[in-house]
Design a binder for this molecule. Structure first.
Ligand SMILES: [Zn+2]
Length: 383
């Protein structure tokens, strides 16, 4: 069992850690054996049946703590894969397999960097957190660890989610709502006797979309397509000959600051009320179970230049290029680090969200190798 990132990635892809499914038990077992073999201090934290987290340390001269965070779980393998999702296949500088991008590539890179750094004289302390349940709201992962005091403080954190090795210094928040519209049933031949819940829903969707569009971040090229409204599902009616009296749909609005969450919530409420006022309709607006992710921005922290310098110097040392900045467009445990613990955080990892949660998921081999070297360089420079 080597500590090369790619060998490790092959091992990790071969071990199922689907959520929901078999969960993290087996992969955590594999990682703890590896850590034990290399005499690295760690703790295994059970947060539920087969729900497992690993938190450990490499101690340095100072007690300044750099957190390296990654999740152990993957989404279940659904859809038609060309190859077996649990058998890693390497072809044209790509490794295919479930979780290759999200985020066993980042996990392998972090884990191998930690193992190679063991035994070196470190200036600062490294706290690695390989956690459960990121794919389902982190109830058994980061939220459990924070709530029960397993993770207390850190000076700076790096989450290894896929960014194609760019440095994500901010992340969008989202608002998930379910809107339930009740109208009045009627025969389609006398449609004027009814109130179509579907027609009212379409009207509501159109208005919300056009109101939100006015807020587009035109001066922020990376996210000029936001805020956006995605209608994730719509259900209503049952027969062509009947005016539907019920329709339910969900919306997802993504934005760049938490202040906007309230603005957009309010805007949706007002739009819905305005439209329903015109008709004899009822409506409920409900949150969609636990989906909200918080918007965060490294720039909201003070004294972050030294962390950005550390990253830049490490990038130069390994790939002779400056680190490119980006916005992370998915959810991640970074929001827990930022909001629950107040730790300045960035996301840096191999792979891409384009491949994540997709059939035939893959990651560039080069990116995993470079990620591992960059993490190792950051660990050695941390003080
Ligand atoms: Zn992920």
């Amino acid at each position: 069992m080597g500590v090369g990132a790619i060998e490790l990635l092959k091992d990790l892809v071969s071990i199922k850690s689907e959520n929901p499914g078999c969960y993290e038990y087996e992969i955590a077992d594999f990682i703890s054996h590896l850590l034990k073999k290399h005499d690295i201090e760690y703790e295994v934290i059970y947060s539920g049946n087969k729900r497992v987290n690993i938190v450990g340390f490499l101690y340095g001269e100072s007690d300044h703590v750099l957190i390296l965070n990654g999740h152990l779980d993957t989404k279940p393998a659904k859809g038609n894969w060309r190859t077996d999702p649990y058998t890693p296949v390497i072809k044209n500088n790509k490794l295919y397999g479930l979780g290759a991008s999200d985020m066993k590539g980042g996990l392998a890179a972090m884990l191998s960097a930690v193992i190679r750094s063991k035994g070196k004289k470190l200036k600062g302390t490294i706290n690695f957190q390989f956690v459960a349940d990121e794919e389902m709201n982190s109830e058994f992962g980061m939220k459990y660890l924070v709530k029960n005091g397993y993770i207390k403080n850190g000076d700076f954190a790096i989450v290894g989610e896929p960014t194609n090795l760019k440095v994500a210094t901010r992340s969008l928040g989202n608002l998930w709502l379910v809107i339930k519209v009740r109208g009045r049933k009627a025969h389609a031949g006398m449609y004027w006797e009814g109130i179509s819940a579907i027609d009212r829903s379409i009207e509501i969707i159109d208005e919300i979309k056009s109101s939100i569009r006015k807020y587009r971040y035109k001066n922020d090229p990376e996210i000029s397509n936001f805020p956006n409204v995605n209608v994730g599902y719509i259900n209503g009616g049952f027969h062509p000959g009947t005016v539907p009296d019920y329709c339910e749909f969900s919306i997802d609005i993504r934005f760049r600051s938490e202040q906007e969450r309230e603005i957009f919530k309010d805007m949706v409420n007002k739009t819905v009320t305005r439209i329903l006022f015109k008709y004899d309709c009822e409506c409920e607006i409900e949150p969609f179970g636990g989906g909200d992710m918080f918007a965060w921005d490294l720039a909201s922290f003070e004294n972050i230049d030294r962390y950005l310098d550390l990253i830049d110097q490490s990038y130069y040392a390994i790939i002779k290029q400056a680190a490119q900045k980006c916005v992370f467009l998915g959810g991640s445990d970074a929001s827990s680090l930022v909001y629950d613990l107040g730790i300045p955080t960035v996301i840096i990892g191999p792979g891409s969200l384009k491949q994540a949660h997709n059939n035939n998921e893959w990651v560039f081999i080069d990116e995993v190798v470079n990620a591992s070297k960059i993490y190792e360089e950051i660990i050695s420079r941390w003080e």
